[in-house]
Design a protein around this ligand. Structure first.
Ligand code: F6R
Length: 252
């Protein structure tokens, strides 16, 4: 393991890795709760954070961690998609996290995948402003796509990109296709926080599991910073780390 440009933590399994991340997130929430302060989390969907949400729910139920002073902002959602579509990220978050904890409904934020096209620009700017008004993101949780995307910042996304409508890469649509039955039914667009939005988080934890992620992980940890893989921008973040399992780390 040489030439690493981002700190990496390696764990034997995704479950053990996720428990460590959950512990870190819970400790911050606990501290802020005791200090009477809010905690602002940036959240991801997909298969990667499932163990993390499961563990945070367990800590809430068994150890009494309260999310009443926690504010969350999700990275992205497909566009357009109905919020009650089981494939929407809104629905995903409700099922896998939000409905199991005591967060106030108004403190859960996700780009609105039903907004009319003509409102997108103004609504995306409002999303950015709401993040700022909340005090900024304390911990941003990320997964990574095989294109190197964070959020849905596909190849070509610039370092200064903000929350906006983006066209999904063919590889990303191929990866999502099994959830939508066919490529034709797979969304072509999404609303996503931009690279600049993500980079403003005070702390960033990117998680990745499995052999299928090992190639892109090696590229963004050891390669140069390029808008061809937006995760590579994390090399220049002062407080970002990758939490990996033994398979995703295998090419480092
Ligand atoms: C999801 C997101 C994406 C995913 C990435 C990995 O909100 O922003 O960047 O984190 O596509 O997806 P999984 O975890 O399903 O491999």
């Amino acid at each position: 393991m040489s030439n690493q440009k981002i700190p990496v933590e390696k764990y034997s399994t995704p479950e053990i890795a996720s428990k460590s991340v959950a512990k870190e997130v819970a400790a911050l929430i606990q501290k802020n709760n005791s200090d009477g302060k809010n905690t602002v989390l940036g959240l991801a969907t997909g298969s990667t954070p499932l163990h993390l949400y499961k563990e945070l729910i367990r800590i809430h139920k068994e150890d009494g961690l309260s999310f009443k002073n926690t504010i969350t902002f999700n990275l992205d959602d497909y566009y357009p998609i109905s919020q009650d579509d089981p494939e929407s990220y809104y629905y995903f978050m409700q099922q896998h996290f939000i409905k199991h904890i005591d967060i106030l409904p108004e403190n859960f934020h996700i780009p609105d995948s039903n907004m009319p096209r003509e409102s997108i620009e103004i609504e995306c700017a409002k999303y950015e402003q709401t993040i700022k008004d909340s005090g900024g993101i304390d911990i941003q949780i990320l997964g990574i796509g095989r294109t190197g995307h964070i959020g849905f910042n596909e190849p070509g996304s610039s370092r200064d990109s903000r929350t906006r409508l983006v066209e999904l890469d063919k590889i990303t649509r191929d990866d999502a296709c099994s959830n939508f039955n066919s490529l034709e039914n797979t969304p072509k667009y999404s609303l996503t926080m931009g690279v600049a939005t993500i980079m403003e988080a005070k702390k960033i934890i990117l998680m990745a599991w499995g052999k299928s992620k090992s190639e892109i992980i090696a590229k963004v940890v050891k390669g140069s910073i390029t808008n061809e893989a937006s995760a590579s921008f994390l090399q220049s973040h002062p407080n970002a780390k990758f939490v990996l399992d033994k398979d995703s780390v295998s090419r480092l």
